[in-house]
Unconditional design. Structure first.
Length: 495
């Protein structure tokens, strides 16, 4: 055998080893990364929130809106806190190659349930991470909201005052009530000043139940004193309502002591309340669970500020209702691990509930078909690379080790895999209109900035496929060259 022939054969053998390694890497890639992963992010900014606020007003808000504590108050508080910045919320779902392969023989329902269970850990971690990262935003927004809500509750929820004025003023009572508020100095600024002691105390070092009760008593006394000295209606209030500041204070303290919202030092604080909101919020945010909308504003709307025989019990009862408004009983969470475990338990229950929902059968079917399609596509890719690997192994023991590489180049990868290299894909107006039911909604106002990222383990096979395609030109030349050498040698031997 000539030196040139030996060199060419050696090149082919070494190339076969390298290409075999590429085959192994391409196939392994399908199992070391998610077969498909999509993450969607939504940008929440001032324009979006302002549009949402207008939409809430157009739709009539909530029952509590007449009392000044509608959902627009919460939105206003969030707008003020965000300012010109923004908050990005995200979520995603992924599926592994083993999960896709298992779905081929599974039922529609089981395939869907398996998909959700595969993603339960990542869903929980995403939720907890985002809530923890937005902790300070939540505390600041909650502080702003409580200031606004407290002012509105003190100023606008004087049911006893309203009823008294209605009895005397008749149909003119709304104007009379406004005049009363103006005479007594119960405007927004004054009302916020009355509640500022509690708000500031909760926002800084926290307050004991005694301190909060004392502040509440001070508000009670101030409101009563201003009402009884009114030149037009003061006498009516004195005759109709019993003045009992100590009873009011004691009922507030009792309610606080039994609320379970104190930290280990017996203090109430915005920071600790944020923990409780995070805890109850993440346990109630799953679709299909009951969320009591407007619970806080409804409770505040029901509160009576002027003293009456049942006022202490009313205040006590309503505030207790706030702490039990959630459908989930919440105990203080010691750390994230407890939150994560309880959310996982909640998510598992949600998945089990979905599996028993017959209305989801069409969804189960659609998702299962997609999973089977992905599974078959990946199988074709893997088989293409495995075919070449086996072929290279066999050919290495033949007189001509050269092999054709076209099978994995044609069937072992897909151009769509290169979407993985794009960090963020923005869903513009045109793309969003393609989603059923979304186009009509978009025409009604501002829509959030949506972006998504798609990633797939197929990117490894795609890179290997492109590399093999390029290298194939050199390899094919050497393969044909060696084949010609073998044919020439065979011809000379026959002559």
């Amino acid at each position: 055998m000539s030196d040139q022939k030996k060199k060419t054969k050696l090149f082919l053998l070494i190339s076969n080893a390298v290409v075999a390694l590429v085959c192994i890497v391409a196939m392994t890639g399908f199992f070391v990364m998610p077969a498909a992963k999509m993450r969607v992010s939504v940008k929440i900014d001032r324009p979006l929130l302002e549009s949402l606020r207008e939409d809430v007003k157009k739709r009539g808000g909530s029952e509590g809106e007449d009392n000044g504590i509608g959902p627009d108050v919460i939105i206003d508080s969030l707008i003020e806190e965000i300012g010109e910045g923004s908050v990005v919320l995200y979520g995603g779902i992924s599926v592994t190659t083993p999960g896709l392969l298992r779905s081929i023989g599974a039922s529609h329902k089981q395939a869907f349930v398996n998909l959700l269970e595969e993603n339960s850990d990542s869903i929980v971690n995403d939720v907890v991470t985002q809530l923890e990262n937005s902790r300070q935003l939540l505390i600041n927004t909650m502080t702003r909201f409580i200031k606004k809500a407290s002012s509105a509750a003190i100023q606008n929820n004087f049911e006893d005052i309203k009823n008294t004025i209605k009895e005397r003023a008749g149909s003119a009572w709304p104007q009379e009530f406004d005049d009363f508020c103006e005479r007594s100095g119960m405007d927004d600024e004054t009302m916020q000043e009355l509640s500022s002691g509690i708000i500031e105390g909760l926002s800084t070092d926290g307050m004991t139940s005694d301190e909060i009760a004392d502040e509440a008593k001070g508000i009670y006394v101030t409101v009563y004193d201003r009402a009884k000295t009114d030149p037009k209606y003061g006498g009516d209030f004195l005759d109709k309502y019993e003045y009992d500041p100590d009873g009011f204070r004691n009922s507030v303290k009792e309610m606080l002591d039994e609320s379970g919202l104190q930290d280990e030092n017996g203090l109430f604080s915005m920071d600790f309340l944020a923990d409780q909101i995070i805890m109850s919020g993440i346990l109630d945010m799953l679709p299909g669970t009951e969320i009591v909308e407007g619970a806080i504003q409804d409770e505040l709307s029901s509160m009576s500020v002027l003293p009456q025989p049942s006022v202490s019990l009313d205040v006590f009862g309503h505030l207790t209702g706030i702490s039990s408004a959630s459908s989930t009983s919440v105990a203080p969470a010691k750390d994230n691990s407890e939150i994560i475990n309880r959310l996982k338990e909640k998510l598992s229950g949600y998945i089990r509930g979905l599996a028993d929902n017959k209305d989801m059968n069409d969804v189960f079917f659609s998702v299962h078909i997609i999973m089977i399609s992905l599974a078959l596509t990946i199988l074709i890719h893997i088989i293409a690379w495995l075919y070449l690997l086996i072929k290279l192994f066999v050919k290495s023991f033949r007189p001509n080790p050269g092999a054709t590489l076209w099978v994995p180049v044609a069937f072992g990868w897909s151009f769509i895999s290169f979407i993985t290299l794009i960090p963020r894909i923005r869903m513009n107006y045109g793309l969003l209109k393609l989603i059923p039911g979304v186009g009509e909604e978009l025409s009604k106002g501002t829509y959030p900035e949506l972006t998504f990222r798609f990633a797939t383990s197929g990117i490894i096979a795609a890179i290997c496929g492109v590399a093999l395609f390029i290298f194939g030109f050199v390899y094919a030349h050497q393969r044909r060259k060696y084949k010609a050498m073998l044919s020439g040698s065979s011809g000379r031997e026959q002559a």
